[in-house]
Design a protein around this ligand. Structure first.
Ligand SMILES: [Zn+2]
Length: 612
């Protein structure tokens, strides 16, 4: 729920019309069975114990090269720290400002985060010689034309270079390269790619569109090794998956842990319904808001859930008042909550909490920067009472439900509020806030925090996905093999979220996304909030010990409990028999490996010696 709509929403609230004009196929006493969450969550493993596993890792596989004198490199290395942490790629970071590498012995890969190759001086030849002998190099940033570039130009596959940059307003992705490959628009596009033409034997994975497309990602064999070049320039949280996919082109077989989850959260649901009319709903459906939700929107959402196998996680809110002190008034109107909540759970969905009201868990040290719609809580005790009250409310309504997911209102959560959840409410095991940075936002990575709280960010939202969100969606499918989405029932009331387009249009957009996801990742697991959090635990704590042999690859999965998912790209050779895991082909040479044991053996059916 966005802030600017909050006051209007508040005004709309009043007594709630009893549901049941057209009761759809639902009765309020509907049976549901919540899955036993004992097996969903893993016991918490502290960093201390995890470090033992990490210590077993061999020497670093990758040399990550940065130049702290180049701004672009400083930003890129920040992204790569997280990309490699998630992919479990061990690396040594070398800063060219301090030292220029004189050899690459012992490394499997080298990743460059610089745009000025000239910073390597003559040593750029040491790098190309290493590739010639079998090394694998990924250049991640759009290169500038300097001496270093001119030295490498032919070796990295460039035929001609005009020297200027070209506009990257479209990403045309090859199916060989990424899951969910398609053509994507770029928001705030700029001239972020070097205008080049390539030698004929390069493999091109991504281009701009148009009559003279600029190559954005390509691979060029050089001697016994290869270069992979990223030339799109967009380096941020929303493009991490593009770099993960590029990195996975380097080694003959690349393996990295993924989450494998499709998550759909419905915020503010169930919640008190606004009484009266919404302008667009009245115009388009000639109904009041309450009837529209019950008789149009929800049946459509059920239909989508059934058609696409989506599981909804609904985030309960008890009221929209701004009471933050004193004895908190309980909401006694349960019919609407039963109507939606029972049905949601009978469809395999789950309930979590959004709040007693929509005031973020923040004390008066929080600066809302002029935002007046929010109250702060006068004390930790008052925040505690509020969480206690909404949990009591949920328990009274749905005694069988195990509530373990918390979505912070407006994605805002103070340190104190978070601490409160950890210390006072052990049943709350995961927080689903937001992946991307934003003002005051509680920004997350997919991880297990040091205090055991599982962080499960939502990546995209709403029905009408912007180009930016579509790009983020394809990125995350390749980075973590995840779709993490949220929407609000009251999107239909807010012009900022497309209300004027009307529900039919928004539904069509949402269906488009679901179609894309289903086609891109037909086998991806539809999970609830708690199941998704359990999947994040398994993803986060697994670490891969890998031994490459002539006839195959042996994996030892440290931190493995019952299952793990790895993305596997087979660039050379062919995998035959597999033990300890199942393989599912996704696209191109990408496979999802579902490990069911802590030891996995992959045997080559055919051992191609890569690019030799
Ligand atoms: Zn909300």
């Amino acid at each position: 729920m966005k802030k600017n709509r909050f006051s209007r929403m508040y005004l709309l609230l009043a007594c709630f019309t009893v549901l049941g004009v057209f009761m759809f196929e639902v009765s309020s006493g509907m049976n549901y069975q919540q899955q036993d969450q004992g097996s969903v969550y893993l016991p918490f493993v502290s960093q201390e114990n995890r470090e033992e596993w990490d210590a077993q890792a061999e020497e670093a596989d990758c040399m990550l090269i940065m130049d702290s004198a180049q701004q672009v490199s400083v930003g890129a290395v920040e992204q790569f720290r997280q990309i490699f942490k998630d992919m479990k790629v061990s690396y040594d970071l070398v800063d060219l400002k301090k030292r220029i590498p004189t050899d690459y012995d012992g490394y499997k890969t080298v990743v460059l985060t610089i745009s000025q190759l000239g910073a390597m001086g003559d040593r750029v030849l040491t790098l190309s010689d290493w590739v010639k002998g079998g090394g694998r190099v990924l250049s991640t940033q759009t290169l500038e034309v300097d001496d270093g570039f001119r030295t490498l130009q032919n070796k990295i596959g460039i035929k001609e270079c005009s020297g200027g940059n070209g506009l990257v307003d479209k990403l045309v992705i090859s199916e060989k390269f990424m899951i969910g490959a398609d053509t994507f628009g770029v928001e705030d596009a700029y001239e972020s790619a070097l205008n080049v033409s390539l030698q004929d034997d390069c493999t091109v994975y991504m281009t701009t569109d148009g009559a003279y497309p600029i190559p954005l990602v390509w691979e060029n064999s050089y001697g016994k090794g290869k270069f992979v070049i990223d030339n799109f320039g967009l380096c941020e949280k929303a493009t991490r998956g593009f770099f993960a996919a590029s990195y996975s082109l380097l080694e003959d077989v690349c393996l990295y842990p993924v989450i494998d989850a499709s998550l759909f959260y419905i915020d503010d649901f169930p919640s008190p319904v606004p009484s009266g009319d919404g302008q667009y709903i009245r115009e388009q459906y000639n109904m009041n808001v309450a009837d529209f939700y019950a008789n149009v929107w929800w049946p459509d959402m059920i239909h989508l859930s059934k058609t696409y196998g989506v599981k909804y996680s609904g985030m309960i809110i008890e009221n929209y008042e701004d009471q933050v002190s004193g004895e908190l008034k309980a909401n006694t109107d349960s019919s609407r909550y039963h109507f939606f909540g029972d049905m949601l759970m009978s469809m395999g969905g789950e309930l979590g909490i959004h709040g007693y009201n929509h005031q973020p868990l923040c004390l008066n040290n929080m600066d809302y920067e002029g935002e007046t719609a929010y109250e702060t809580w006068p004390s930790e005790k008052s925040m505690e009472n509020a969480v206690k009250e909404v949990l009591r409310f949920a328990k009274d309504l749905f005694p069988e439900a195990s509530v373990s997911t918390y979505v912070p209102p407006s994605n805002i959560l103070s340190e104190e509020g978070r601490e409160l959840l950890v210390t006072k409410f052990p049943q709350i095991k995961n927080i689903a806030s937001i992946y991307f940075p934003g003002e005051q936002a509680y920004e997350q990575e997919f991880e297990v925090a040091e205090d055991g709280m599982i962080e499960v960010p939502r990546v995209i939202s709403g029905c009408n996905l912007t180009d930016y969100m579509k790009m983020a969606a394809v990125s995350e499918l390749n980075m973590h093999y995840i779709s993490s989405h949220f929407l609000h029932p009251d999107d239909l009331l807010d012009p900022d979220r497309g209300a004027a387009l009307g529900w039919e249009t928004l539904k069509a957009y949402f269906t488009e996304y679901l179609d894309w996801l289903c086609q891109a990742a037909p086998g991806i697991r539809s999970l609830t909030g708690s199941e998704g959090a359990g999947a994040v635990q398994r993803f986060y704590q697994v670490d891969i010990d890998r031994v490459d042999e002539a006839d195959g690859i042996s994996l030892e999965l440290n931190g493995f409990v019952d299952e793990a998912y790895l993305m596997m790209r087979v660039n050379a050779g062919e995998i035959g028999t597999v033990t300890g895991a199942e393989l599912e082909h996704i696209t191109g040479n990408l496979y999802l490996l579902h490990a069911t044991a802590d030891r996995v053996e992959l045997n080559y059916a055919e051992r191609d010696l890569g690019v030799q």
